[in-house]
Design a protein around this ligand. Structure first.
Ligand code: FAD
Ligand code: NAD
Length: 470
């Protein structure tokens, strides 16, 4: 006899930033909601093996580097810092555990049921959950939200081998610092995790197919960013593709060749991190039971987060748009609010990007290259951190702020920051743009002194040619 399982207004498959935020918002709006998650903890890629553990290691490794290299010039004598990698990893794990428990608390607070196990759509309005012991229960759902996220993209010819050829998850839990780390892909993961291990003592070489780092960031920023990372000791082989890997006792031998064609050669490393992007995850999801097809790259398409099949929605990494936790959260709120009869909406032009290196890179809106390609006339204001008093006092003078505004209306079209705390400062630009603001709005707004945010104001002044402090 079938289980008398409850009927839900919304069942969300996946408990990452897309899924857990959808579940919480549904609970807040009085919808009867459940979230299916097959991991032992909630939080998805972001909390378990993504944003949060990587930021824990970025923070700790940055302090390690500062203690070793900057303390003496600041007049602080503590001797040569020693790495306790086990403790560094433990504090990361403790923070992650606290965060994932926090989501469990928020589920309880908002009356969301966590259905533990692997979820599968079993037909219109039905989600089957298979628990770890193999028991299956089918739940009725007026709405199903697919939030199954993504997984690392493998590189053909370079198979993963535990501890030697690794993905980002492996790079977050190495038990010793590799002598020589080769990173394939100069995107966000490669540059963040490459920075972690370089700071902890590895010799890091990044191999990138394209001629620029940063997977599509503004070209002027990418050039400065790469120069900054090289100055810190990271090596780059740009315009290069990896065609194969051989693992032996001594490490890994990669075969590389110029992306444009040319002679192959080999490069050796102790550990290779493959960070060439992520792909949507839909394995075993039962999409065929409701007639949903994925596109060539495996994504589920959406129109205002609807899949086109009655009552089935899709959010986060598994659908189109930037693969970012805060984009998944935006999708989640919009989908649930639409389900609840409100006006859900996401402005994908206003999803900021941040790379949490030191200094950070952050941007929102269009790059110069995009504006030129679209034939949009724009004005540009730029201000270096070398002329910002707070950055100078803190010995953090690398980088600049760039504000791009419409030549006719002065509306802000893009803001690009390469510099200290860029990730915190970008929200000023995002809010300005969300209100359709002009560069003059930033330029004529009082900013506190001495702060790095004054560099944003000075760059905005530069759009009309009246930067005062450089
Ligand atoms: P996910 O977080 O991938 O969650 C999907 C969940 O669904 C998973 O927990 C999975 O177990 C579960 N699931 C899948 N299928 C099923 C099923 N059939 N049944 C039950 N459960 C299922 N983004 C940022 O914005 N900032 C950062 O600093 C950042 N850093 C990152 C660092 C790294 C190393 C990585 C790998 C990613 C990082 N990201 C960052 C990206 C971010 O993690 C993702 O964009 C985000 O997690 C996507 O959220 P999601 O909810 O769509 O999917
Ligand atoms: P990415 O798309 O940021 O970068 C991948 C890089 O690999 C690109 O520069 C690409 O040109 C290069 N590449 C692709 N194939 C290659 C090949 N065969 N040989 C050499 N280079 C190759 O992808 P990622 O760094 O793996 O990150 C995946 C996703 O996770 C991204 O979408 C990112 O948004 C997200 N993420 C975000 C953050 C953050 O917000 N701070 C941090 C980590 C990850």
């Amino acid at each position: 006899m079938a289980d008398a399982a409850p009927t839900y207004d919304v069942v969300i498959i996946g408990g990452g930033p897309g899924g857990y935020n959808a579940a919480i918002r549904a609970g807040q709006l009085g919808l009867k909601a459940a979230c299916v998650e097959m991991r032992d903890t909630l939080g998805g890629t972001c909390l378990n093996v993504g944003c949060m553990p990587s930021k824990a290691l970025l923070h700790a490794s940055e302090l390690f580097e500062i203690a070793g290299h900057e303390f003496p010039t600041l007049g602080i004598k503590v001797g040569k810092p020693e790495l306790d990698l086990g403790q560094m990893m433990q504090q990361k794990t403790d923070s992650v555990t606290a965060l994932t428990k926090g989501i469990e608390f928020l589920f309880k607070k908002n009356k969301v049921d966590w259905l533990k196990g692997r979820g599968r759509i079993a037909g219109p309005g039905q989600v089957e959950v298979e628990a770890a012991d193999g028991a299956k229960t089918t739940y009725q759902a007026k709405n199903i939200i697919i939030a199954t996220g993504s997984e690392p993209t493998p590189l053909p010819g370079v198979d993963f081998v535990d501890g030697k050829v690794i993905d980002s998850t492996g790079a977050l839990s190495l038990d010793k610092v590799p002598g020589k780390l080769i990173v394939i892909g100069a995107g966000v993961i490669g540059l963040e995790l490459g920075s972690v291990w370089r700071r902890l003592g590895a010799e890091v070489t990044v191999i990138e197919y394209l001629d620029a780092v940063g997977a599509g960031m503004d070209g002027e920023v990418a050039t400065a960013f790469q120069r900054g990372l090289a100055k810190q000791g990271m090596s780059f082989r740009m315009g290069t593709k990896v065609t194969g890997a051989k693992v032996d006792d001594a490490g890994v031998e990669l075969t590389v060749e110029p992306a444009a064609g040319g002679a192959a050669e080999t490069v050796r490393g102790d550990v290779v991190l493959v960070a060439i992007g992520r792909r949507p995850y839909t394995a075993g999801l039962g999409l065929e039971t409701v007639g949903i097809e994925t596109d060539k790259r495996g994504f589920i398409a959406n129109d205002h987060l609807k899949t086109g099949k009655d009552g089935v929605w899709v959010i986060g990494d598994v659908t189109h748009g930037p693969m970012l936790a805060h984009k998944a959260e935006e999708d989640a709120v919009a989908a649930v609010e639409t389900i609840a009869g409100k006006a859900g909406h996401v402005d994908y032009d206003l999803v900021p990007s941040v790379i949490y290196t030191s200094p950070e890179v952050a941007w929102v809106g269009k790059t110069e290259e995009q504006l030129k390609a679209a034939g949009v006339a724009f004005k540009k204001g730029k201000f270096p951190f070398a002329a910002n008093s707070r950055a100078k006092i803190n010995h953090e003078t690398d980088g600049f702020v760039k504000v791009l505004a419409d030549a006719a209306t002065d509306r802000v079209l893009g803001v690009h920051i390469y510099g200290p705390q860029a990730g915190e400062m970008i929200s000023e630009a995002t809010v300005t743009m969300a209100f359709g603001g002009a560069s003059e709005d930033i330029a004529r707004t009082c900013h506190p002194h001495p702060t790095r945010s004054e560099a944003v104001r000075q760059a905005a002044m530069g759009v009309e040619g009246w930067t005062m402090q450089s």
